[in-house]
Design a protein around this ligand. Structure first.
Ligand SMILES: Nc1ncnc2c1ncn2[C@@H]1O[C@H](COP(=O)(O)OP(=O)(O)O)[C@@H](O)[C@H]1O
Ligand SMILES: [Mg+2]
Length: 272
C-alpha cells in the first residue's frame, strides 16, 4: 500500500464537557473514495470540520504525505489542497455561475491565472470545467447559481475543487437532497474526480450510493470508529446494520428509493 495522503491518528474532539470524537485513526489514499458512514450525531461533520480547518482536534494528529499538519483556518486547509463541498453545494444563490466559481479570491490569486477578476474569462472557465463533468445544461456563466438544480450545484462545486487543484475533496451528503437521476450523475462526477487521482471523502446516509462509488468505508458510531473495511469485504446488509440497525432500515430505504424513482420519472402527460 502506498503512503496515505492523509493520516489521522488518535483524533479526539470535545466541546467543553461533551466528547464528540474518540481516538479516530483513519487513512485516506489518492485516487480512492472513502465513504464516511454513520447515523445522525455520530460525529461525521465534526470529523470533516477538523480536516477542513473549521475545528482543531482536542488531541491527536493529522499528517499529510507523512508530515504533520495543523490547519489554522478553512483557508489554510484549502491552501493545503483540501476542498470541502458542504451540503447543497455550498454556493451562493444570488451569485452568477462564473462569479461563484471564483469566489474566495485568495484561491484565485494563489492558484488561478488572474490577479483581478475577469468576468468573461471566469464565465468561460466555469462553464467549460462544469461541462467537462458532463453538465451540459450549464452554458452561460452569467446565470445565477440559484437557478441551478441541486445536482448542478454539486457539479459546479466539484468542478471548482478540481479546477483549483484540490488533492482531497470532501463532500458532506452531496446526494441527500437529490432525485435518483441527479444523484447518479453526482456519483459519476465523484468517480471522475477519483480517476484524476483525487482522494474523495464522501459522507452519506445512503448505503447504495456508498457501495456504488466507495473503495474504502469507515463507520462512526457515537464518535468512535466502529468499522473500517474495503470494498467487497461487507455486504450491503452488514453495512446497513452497522449504520443503523438492520433489515428494517434496508427495507425502508428500498421503499423510499422506489417512491423517489416514481417521482423522478413522471409518466408522459396525456393531453385531453
Ligand atoms: N460546536 C458544537 N458544540 C457542542 N456539541 C457539538 C458541536 N458540534 C457538534 N456537536 C455535537 O457532536 C455530535 C456529533 O455531531 P456531528 O458531527 O454534526 O454529527 P453527524 O455529522 O454525524 O450527524 C452531536 O451530538 C452534536 O450535537
Ligand atoms: Mg453532519
Amino acid at each position: 500500500m502506498t503512503q496515505p495522503l492523509l493520516e489521522l491518528a488518535g483524533i479526539a474532539k470535545s466541546f467543553g464537557p461533551i466528547d464528540v470524537l474518540h481516538d479516530i485513526c483513519l487513512e485516506v489514499h489518492r485516487g480512492e473514495v472513502l465513504c464516511l458512514l454513520g447515523d445522525n450525531g455520530a460525529g461525521k461533520s465534526t470529523l470533516i470540520k477538523i480536516l477542513s480547518g473549521v475545528h482543531k482536534p482536542t488531541s491527536g494528529t493529522v499528517a499529510m504525505d507523512g508530515r504533520p499538519v495543523a490547519f489554522d483556518s478553512p483557508r489554510d486547509a484549502a491552501a493545503h489542497g483540501i476542498a470541502t463541498v458542504h451540503q447543497f453545494g455550498g454556493t451562493f444563490p444570488l451569485m452568477s455561475i462564473g462569479r461563484s466559481f471564483f469566489v474566495g479570491a485568495e484561491l484565485t490569486r494563489r492558484w488561478g491565472p488572474f490577479t483581478i477578476f475577469d468576468r468573461r474569462r471566469a464565465n468561460e472557465i466555469a462553464v467549460r470545467e462544469t461541462r467537462q463533468l458532463g453538465i451540459t445544461r450549464i452554458d452561460d456563466g452569467n446565470r445565477l447559481v440559484g437557478g441551478l438544480s441541486g445536482g448542478e450545484r454539486q457539479a459546479l462545486a466539484i468542478a471548482r475543487a478540481v479546477h483549483f487543484g484540490a488533492s482531497v475533496l470532501i463532500l458532506d451528503e452531496p446526494t441527500a437532497a437529490l432525485g435518483v437521476k441527479e444523484a447518479a450523475h453526482v456519483l459519476r462526477i465523484i468517480l471522475q474526480a477519483r480517476r484524476k487521482g483525487i482522494a474523495v471523502i464522501l459522507i452519506t446516509h445512503n448505503v447504495v450510493h456508498a457501495l456504488t462509488v466507495g473503495d474504502h468505508f469507515a463507520v462512526l458510531i457515537k464518535g468512535a470508529k466502529a468499522a473500517d473495511f474495503r470494498r467487497g469485504e461487507k455486504s450491503r446488509e452488514e453495512i446497513t446494520d452497522l449504520m443503523a440497525g438492520g433489515e428494517h432500515m434496508a427495507a425502508l430505504e428500498a421503499e423510499i428509493e422506489s417512491t423517489m424513482a416514481v417521482h423522478d420519472d413522471p409518466q408522459p402527460s396525456v393531453d385531453a
